[in-house]
Design a binder for this molecule. Structure first.
Ligand code: ADP
Length: 312
């Protein structure tokens, strides 16, 4: 058996079409979707992430403005930059590359992002709305992971999922999203005593620990689905948390790194930049209830695939 590779690009045509369709429904006076990415310093990993976002945005037709601040920029300078973007009518989404280099007022800075423009779901406000199941802009990376599962027709309701990692950026919100999708979720972390016992019992294993080759074939039940959020640089190559070559013959489906959750994340950012344009036009996140969510778009992709696979 060779695992099916879950590739982020699978979502692109449908997401691009839906962005166009929903952008056309914006009131004529509203701003068109535009994401401003703010990068403080010159971390190569952040730069390459930004470059891939820029390429995706060009392909799906959403505007992107890159803002670079010197690593030594003062907190005040960063504050006023974000404040300016909050007030800039042309900007519908703001993304901040975290962590900020050096010892900075990280927390205070991230809370400055307007909840109507918080397309990577980093503020306390967005986090609270997500946990309460209210319409909101969500952390893009975990939402992209769930979308990838849906796009490949992976059933979530009633399934057992092992999430490795509990960070506020990936593991934490991912567990909340999967629970909301009716999966039964176990969250593992550094203090977990017997990780293999937990992963072997799972239908779906999501790795967000930041350790190359953390997940190996002995830890995975035959046919299980593996979702990999790891971005580790090993000998100059990007590698996930799962031992991809080892798992190809065991897993039923696996997301490759690169090519899996990464490209899907950029697409979710583009989609949420469009949603944020609607939120600003109506000055409320409640409008999101009336627009297709990322999850609904991904489910449509999954249904199309299932229909194609069922054709004689
Ligand atoms: P990210 O931002 O990608 O989620 P973090 O470094 O913030 O990454 O968080 C890593 C998470 O992974 C932590 O919750 C940590 O407990 C978990 N983790 C790290 N190593 C292991 C391990 N060997 N087994 C289980 N969990 C781990």
């Amino acid at each position: 058996m060779t695992a099916i590779e879950m590739r982020g690009k699978r979502l692109e045509p449908t997401i691009a079409t839906e962005i166009l369709r929903q952008s056309d429904r914006l009131p004529s006076t509203a701003s068109r979707p535009l994401l401003a990415t703010v990068l403080v310093g010159d971390d190569p990993a952040a730069q390459s992430y930004r470059a891939s976002i820029a390429r995706t945005f060009r392909r799906v037709g959403v505007a992107h403005r890159a803002i670079d601040l010197h690593a030594g920029a003062s907190d005040d300078h960063i504050f006023s930059t974000i404040d300016g973007l909050n007030g800039d009518r042309d900007v519908t989404g703001i993304m901040l590359f975290l962590p900020l280099p050096g010892r900075r007022a990280d927390r205070a800075i991230r809370e400055l992002v307007s909840p109507l423009k918080d397309v990577d779901g980093i503020t306390v406000h967005s986090t609270g709305l997500l946990r309460l199941g209210r319409p909101c802009l969500e952390p893009a990376c975990p939402r992209a992971g769930v979308a990838l599962l849906q796009a490949y027709g992976v059933e979530l309701a009633g399934r057992t999922v092992a999430v490795i990692g509990r960070s506020p950026v990936v593991g934490g919100p991912l567990a909340a999203m999967l629970t909301a999708a009716d999966a039964t979720v176990t969250v593992a972390h550094r203090q977990t005593r017997d990780l293999p016992e937990i992963t072997r019992a799972a239908d779906i294993i999501a790795c967000a620990a930041g350790h190359p080759s953390l997940l190996t074939s002995g830890m995975v039940r035959r046919g299980a689905t593996v979702l990999d959020f790891g971005t580790n640089v090993v000998d100059g190559h990007l590698r996930g948390d799962a031992d991809f070559a080892d798992l190809l013959g065991i897993a039923g489906r696996i997301s490759p790194v690169p090519g899996g959750t990464g490209p899907a994340t950029a697409l979710v950012l583009a989609y949420q930049t469009m949603l944020a344009a609607h939120a600003q036009a109506s000055n409320s996140l409640d409008i999101l209830d009336q627009l297709p969510s990322v999850a609904e778009v991904a489910e449509a992709v999954g249904r199309d695939l299932t229909a194609l696979a069922a054709r004689p």
